[in-house]
Write a protein that binds this ligand. Structure first.
Ligand SMILES: Nc1ncnc2c1ncn2[C@@H]1O[C@H](COP(=O)(O)OP(=O)(O)OP(=O)(O)O)[C@@H](O)[C@H]1O
Ligand SMILES: Nc1nc2c(ncn2[C@@H]2O[C@H](COP(=O)(O)O)[C@@H](O)[C@H]2O)c(=O)[nH]1
Length: 219
């Protein structure tokens, strides 16, 4: 699915799909914003959803807010790379922007649930790097959902009651980060991305680079 871009050292490599999942409220959105701000060469995948907009959310930036008919048309038209029903609403990843970013040599960041992660992995295992974010405790998770102050008590109850099920998928992920402190969790997620960018298998320009070094040595 991916084509090459250039790393900071100039060696061509395949773009990667960097996935964050967690139970609701564990900190994916916060970590995603920090990653996008601080990691050049990383683009956010903006999902389509049928859920209602939260206060402060912007259409096209946080989500593409669509109605059920439009979402169904996107599914039928094969416009989504993956999609799932989460908390009674539909969510999906528009395919075209992801393919365009990867073709332009960028990495793509996804804030999606375990169902979407499974679908991406089936499509492009070698290019998917997945991180599961855990909260330090159930009470911290509940506090965070309340402190975000964007969902009703009923919605928060529903998300808390789904948290254990969401978490049951932790072992399907490549990395696990426990989000005690946001700065530490960010540093860990950033280290994962930096290391994955250096993986030999995705650095398709290395063969040529090493040949050229050997040529220089042979004089
Ligand atoms: N380490 C942390 N310590 C304290 N609060 C945090 C921490 N990380 C995130 N938060 C806060 O917790 C709340 C939930 O975080 P966030 O919205 O990032 O979660 P999420 O995993 O994206 O949730 P959802 O799946 O519902 O979108 C936010 O108010 C955020 O500021
Ligand atoms: N499979 C997908 N899951 C998605 C997508 N976009 C978001 N999500 C997940 O939904 C829940 C709820 O999100 P919220 O913004 O309503 O709190 C959360 O786990 C997200 O990761 C998607 O495109 N596909």
């Amino acid at each position: 699915m991916t084509t090459g871009g250039h790393g900071t050292d100039g060696v061509e490599r395949r773009g990667l799909m960097f996935v964050l999942s967690s139970p609701s409220g564990a900190g994916k959105t916060t970590l995603s914003r920090l990653l996008i701000e601080r990691m050049p060469g990383l683009r956010m995948s903006v999902s389509a959803t049928t859920r209602a907009k939260r206060p402060g959310e912007v259409d096209g930036r946080d989500y593409l807010f669509v109605d059920n008919a439009r979402f169904d048309a996107m599914v039928k038209g094969d416009e989504l790379l993956e999609w799932a029903t989460v908390f009674d609403n539909s969510y999906g990843t528009p395919r075209a922007p992801v393919e365009a970013a990867l073709s332009a040599g960028q990495d793509v960041l996804f804030d999606i649930d375990w169902q979407g992660t499974q679908q991406l992995r089936e499509k492009a295992r070698a290019d998917v790097v997945s991180v599961f974010i855990l909260p330090p405790s159930a009470s911290d998770l509940e506090k965070r959902l309340h402190s975000r102050a964007q969902d009703s008590d009923e919605v928060i109850r529903k998300r808390m009651s789904r948290a254990s099920h969401e978490m049951s998928h932790w072992a399907e992920y490549d990395y696990i980060v426990i989000n005690h402190d946001i700065d530490e969790a960010f540093a860990e997620v950033q280290s994962i991305l930096k290391a994955e960018r250096l993986k030999r298998e995705r650095r398709i320009g290395l063969v040529g680079f090493v040949r050229s070094l050997q040529g220089q040595l042979q004089g």
